[in-house]
Design a binder for this molecule. Structure first.
Ligand code: 13P
Length: 251
């Protein structure tokens, strides 16, 4: 099976007022001008901007995603947003299980799995995040922890076509630190084996993104690692020049 089409996705986290739609439009136009080469691109702004961002990018090659959703379709869940609502707003991707949500909101693998199921049921693609903490890596447990998160967060019944996995070592997020290419290769190989076991040959087509301090200066090396099919970018996705400096690796 040929390598999957890469995906470079930006996670804006809790950043971005309406004025940030100007930056989004710049990214949309840079992608339209061929700046991301063969890569697919997406930006996941905060909930408040999803609908406006999707309207601004309608018919363009820049997809819009969200950063979380509730596992249920609707109901008495004050403050929550369902995958169906995100679909209605024009999103095509939803990040689930980001380490900041696992840490800040106590999200377990079972909760992440239920959210991913809701995303897929709504017709969207789930970007399921996994990654070890610094202590877990220092204890030599990185592969075991990530493997366990994959087992717990994914359902073999998920359609492989609507699934993306993002490996984001917690200690590399927002710190400027990155694992070595060898360490990334090791963990991505573990994830690939798990995906092949769960989904058969279709598991070979599931994108496995690397995330954690990706920037234009290290993108080529990280994206060149075997089984790395793109990036999930935090801070560097807020500025068009930085985001395109990363996506431009695929030109
Ligand atoms: P940074 O790129 O800011 O390290 O964030 C990575 C991340 O958490 C993306 O989801």
């Amino acid at each position: 099976m040929s390598a999957p089409r890469p995906l470079v996705a930006g996670n804006w986290k809790m950043n971005g007022l309406k004025a940030a739609l100007v930056e989004l439009a710049a990214i949309r136009d840079a992608v339209a001008a061929g700046g991301a080469g063969r890569a697919e691109t997406a930006i996941c702004p905060p909930f408040t901007l999803v609908a406006a961002a999707a309207d601004a990018c309608k018919g363009s090659a820049l997809a819009i995603g969200a950063q979380d959703c509730h596992a249920k379709v609707s109901g008495a869940h004050t403050g929550d947003v369902s995958a169906q609502m995100l679909h209605d707003a024009g999103a095509t991707y939803v990040i689930v299980g980001h380490s900041e949500r696992r840490a800040d909101h106590g999200e377990t693998d079972a909760i992440v799995r239920a959210k991913a199921a809701a995303v897929i049921k709504a017709g969207l693609t789930a970007i399921v995040c996994v990654g070890e903490t610094k202590d877990e890596r220092l204890a030599g447990q990185a592969a075991a922890i990530v493997g366990g998160q994959i087992d717990g967060s994914l359902d073999p019944d998920f359609p492989a076509t609507h699934l993306v996995v993002a490996y984001e070592p917690v200690w590399a997020i927002g710190t400027g630190l990155t694992p070595t290419a060898g360490d990334v290769a090791e963990i991505h190989a573990v994830i690939r084996q798990k995906l092949l076991k769960a989904y058969g040959p279709k598991g070979g087509a599931i994108r496995i993104l690397y995330g954690g301090s990706v920037k234009p200066s290290n993108a080529a090396e990280l994206m060149g690692v075997k089984n790395v099919d793109g990036a999930l970018v935090g801070g560097a996705s807020l500025k068009c020049a930085d985001f395109m400096g990363i996506a431009g690796v695929y030109k």
